[in-house]
Design a protein around this ligand. Structure first.
Ligand SMILES: Cc1cc2nc3c(=O)[nH]c(=O)nc-3n(C[C@H](O)[C@H](O)[C@H](O)COP(=O)(O)OP(=O)(O)OC[C@H]3O[C@@H](n4cnc5c(N)ncnc54)[C@H](O)[C@@H]3O)c2cc1C
Length: 381
């Protein structure tokens, strides 16, 4: 083991592994500490939808930059052959479904915003919507198609990113970080590792190590079906999703349906604040499935084979924390990615590494700096 790595990364989810990959590519020595299997946290629970989101300019900047990085990873000059298959990447596109005229107006606004940012997308009238996705229920107003959006299998991607880092000498330690000290970390087995930088990338569990962080868990459910190849072609998301996804409290469900390359379907989504109990909640799962069947009635006749939950790490403004902890020297943060961490992982790694290396960031970092939260400004014990 490297005696004193440049960076010790806590957590081998998609964020920690993407950061390990990028940091090691810059020549830094990296050690990753993971208490469970690689990619087994929220990363394994996530849908793996790589989606450009535009609720605010910072979200649009981060998601569009990161989806471009995903394209580069699987298709770019340096990509090894078969990279799409290895990540189970499929560029199915997103089809945002507008139920009524109000949501159609939202589709037009979204189209204008994405187009102004150079993201290819097309408004669909109802006839085109049904031609593309005949399983949708009658009576919908239309939609918006974003053809460049894609899906991956997140735990596999996390393993692949870590593998790249390990090929450059990064170490993986099977252990649980108990405390962050001024000079590194202590482990649950009594061991300690010193490092120049400690990167907190352990998702919703970050508050166990740094209670001052403004992160709350947001539980989500997913159901997976048997194989039904060709049942739908795009990731289908209701435009109403935007209203529920960013609610600051309460439980909510939204229609979100994904075709896996295997022919299986992932049915989402639900959001419940402050629950850390990972047991499936039958009430909200039933609500979620009933809501999905209102958009795609034939779902009711399909076989579901498994369901699970995961905890998103939600920050008050919906943006991740990427950068130095303002009052803990040597401690850096890459957490708070909520429902977009698979999408934004690669951009997070670039922004974090640029800051650590004192290089110009590829997009402005200010909206994601942890120092935007006043509660981090006072010293902590
Ligand atoms: C239901 C659901 C659907 C989602 N769908 C999407 C989607 O379609 N697209 C998208 O972009 N995002 C999606 N997300 C969000 C995405 O999954 C997360 O933002 C992302 O996985 C966060 O990754 P992470 O590495 O920060 O956290 P995690 O994946 O939770 O990784 C943290 C790791 O740290 C480890 N750890 C924790 N504490 C310690 C410790 N003390 N010591 C050592 N190791 C520790 C954990 O074991 C874990 O492996 C979804 C999330 C959920 C829950």
């Amino acid at each position: 083991m490297t005696a004193r790595p440049d960076v010790l990364v806590i957590g081998a989810g998609i964020i920690g592994t993407a950061c390990a990959d990028e940091l090691s590519a810059c020549g830094l020595t990296v050690t990753v500490v993971e208490r469970d299997a690689v990619g087994s946290g929220a990363t394994a629970a996530g849908m793996g939808h790589l989606v450009v989101m535009d609720d605010n300019p910072a979200e649009l900047a981060l998601t569009s930059y990161s989806t471009a990085l995903w394209n580069q990873l699987v298709d770019g000059d340096g990509a090894a052959g078969g990279e799409r298959e290895r990540h189970e990447y499929s560029r199915c596109g997103t089809l945002w479904v507008a139920a009524d005229d109000e949501e159609m107006a939202a589709a037009r606004t979204k189209q204008a915003t994405l187009a102004a940012h150079g993201i290819a997308c097309e408004l669909l009238d109802a006839a085109t919507l049904y031609r593309l996705e005949p399983q949708l229920r009658p009576g919908l107003a239309g939609g918006l198609r974003v053809a460049g959006d894609a899906v991956v299998y997140p735990p596999k991607s996390a393993k692949l990113l870590l593998e790249r880092a390990r090929q450059r000498g990064a170490q993986l330690i099977d252990g649980e970080v108990r405390t962050i000290t001024g000079t590194g970390v202590t482990l649950a087995d009594g061991g300690r590792i010193d490092a120049a930088i400690v990167l907190v990338a352990n998702g919703a569990a970050c508050v166990q190590l740094l209670p001052e962080l403004p992160i709350r868990p947001k539980k989500g459910h997913i159901v997976i079906t048997d194989r039904y190849p060709g049942f739908i072609r795009h990731q289908l998301v209701e435009l109403g999703y935007i209203k529920s996804a960013h609610a600051a409290s309460g439980d909510s469900v939204a229609f979100n349906l994904q075709p896996r390359p295997t022919g299986q379907l992932l049915i989402g989504s639900s959001r419940q604040f402050d629950s850390t109990d990972k047991a499936v909640d039958l009430d909200i799962m039933t609500r979620m499935l009933a809501h999905a069947a209102r958009f795609v009635p034939a779902l009711s006749g399909l076989n579901a084979i498994r369901c699970w939950t995961g905890l998103r790490a939600a920050s008050p403004d919906g943006l991740p924390l990427i950068g130095p902890h303002p009052t803990r020297p040597g401690v850096w943060l890459a957490t708070g990615h909520e429902g977009l961490g698979i999408t934004t992982s690669l951009a997070t790694a670039k922004l974090l590494t640029a800051q650590i290396m004192n290089q110009a960031p590829p997009i402005p970092v200010t909206p994601y700096l942890p120092s935007r939260f006043a509660q981090l400004a006072s010293p902590h014990v």
